[in-house]
Design a protein around this ligand. Structure first.
Ligand SMILES: [Fe+2]
Ligand SMILES: [Fe+2]
Length: 414
């Protein structure tokens, strides 16, 4: 940290017997040009240290006999190969309430506005020795890599994890009338298929994200763990009680394919999390409201709590990028339009999804109840649209843009 001299006493340590284990860390504390005084009682050490300095491109300034048979050697630190960055010598992270959160770590070692792909997997704050390879990161700037609340969201995600095996009271599920059972199987088939896209899409961006912004990778890892659990719990629910997995529609497949092929992290966050998972919040609430039993309601309530966090992260990411880069508005709008054009022939909400959501809300196949179920489904479409518009307005889009973009959103919901 300083060019001021540092002094160390290596006592009787031979040069090849541990002296360097004291000399090298002391030199690491100095900036290039800084001076280190080494006190030694080993008479051979002067020559050996001199040779070592030449190899390492440090400079041996002088060696003088001290009182009591010791020698005092002055070394000037060279600049070649010296690690870049300040050493964290005084960083003393303090727990509060016995805890240390990721947010505390980020506050202690904040993000830089941009990161060098040459620092690879070096933890943020490490002094990086030059000469390492350049990593294939393409998301290297704070504006696109990490929203300000990413560490808090990661902390929340870690403490909110649940278990699809032991936290669900599977034994309490009772058999349902067959049409309702099949509708439920179809609903959960559709949910699981969409969850698969929510697992795969973020995974594509972790390897492109600069490790300096590791909290984003950590958050995405929790998101992927959430989606893995949702796939697990939804497929279990589809199969418990004999409903079974239903139809996978071409519309769903085309819609999710158009997410998987996105190349831009922020566009993917916008389409997947803000628009897609945002719309799924309303879908999950609908399923909870019309769930045939408390266990099913509990499953979608838990999934919805996780999705709320994913939408929050997506909103934070997109708003942060928009605040730094105004051209993003046009880019995000273009991404929605392009996707809509790709899906132009896909038709409306996949019929099996529409029918099963109607039967679910009807609670069976009684025609009068189905009429109500149909109304409930129409209402769901309106609620999804209204809430998408609210999210788009919150992100800073104009009312006209928000209406248009919501209308252009995929009939598959995600
Ligand atoms: Fe999910
Ligand atoms: Fe999600």
């Amino acid at each position: 940290m300083t060019n001021a001299a540092i002094a160390i006493d290596t006592g009787d340590l031979p040069f090849g017997g541990g002296m360097l284990a004291l000399v090298r860390p002391a030199l690491d504390l100095l900036e290039p040009g800084g001076v280190l005084a080494v006190l030694t009682r080993q008479s051979h050490a002067i020559d050996e240290l001199g040779t070592w300095c030449k190899v390492e491109r440090h400079e041996l300034l002088e060696a003088t006999a001290d009182q009591g048979g010791a020698t005092r050697i002055l070394l000037r630190k060279g600049s070649f190969g010296a690690p870049r960055g300040a050493i964290e010598d005084n960083l003393d992270l303090k727990p509060h309430g016995g805890r240390i959160e990721a947010a505390d770590m980020l506050a202690a070692v904040p993000f830089a506005p941009s990161a060098d792909p040459g620092t690879g997997f070096a933890p943020r704050g490490a002094r990086v020795e030059p000469g390492g390879p350049v990593y294939p990161c393409t998301i290297n700037d704070l504006a696109h890599a990490a929203p300000p609340d990413v560490a808090q969201l990661y902390d929340q995600a870690v403490s909110a994890q649940w278990n699809a095996d032991t936290d669900i009271e599977w034994a309490r599920i009772k058999p349902l009338p067959r049409p309702l059972q099949r509708a439920l199987g179809q609903v959960f088939t559709f949910l699981a298929e969409n969850e698969l896209s929510a697992l795969y899409v973020p995974s594509r961006f972790i390897a492109r994200l600069h490790p300096h912004y590791v909290e984003t990778a950590q958050f995405l890892a929790t998101q992927m763990a959430d989606e893995a659990r949702h796939i697990d719990v939804f497929l279990k629910r589809a199969r418990v009680g004999g409903g079974g997995v239903g139809i996978s529609h071409a519309t769903t497949s085309a819609s999710l394919h158009s997410l998987l092929t996105l190349e831009d992290f922020t566009e993917a966050a916008f389409l997947l999390s803000v628009l897609g998972e945002g719309t799924f919040l309303d879908l999950l609430r609908y399923i909870e409201m019309h769930a045939p039993d408390e266990v099913t309601a509990d499953i979608v309530r838990r999934a919805r709590a996780d999705e709320t966090r994913h939408v929050h992260f997506g909103m934070s990411h997109v708003k942060h990028a928009l605040s730094h880069d105004h051209t993003m508005y046009a880019r995000l709008e273009a991404a929605v339009r392009k996707r809509s054009a790709t899906l132009a022939g896909a038709g409306g909400v996949p019929y099996a999804v529409q029918d099963s959501l109607t039967i679910l809300a009807a609670g069976g196949t009684d025609p009068a109840a189905v009429a109500k179920g149909h109304s409930a489904f129409r209402e769901l479409m309106e609620v999804m649209h209204e809430n998408r518009v609210k999210r788009l307005l919150n992100a800073g889009f104009s009312p006209a843009q928000a209406q248009t973009l919501s209308d252009l959103h995929t009939p598959n919901f995600m």
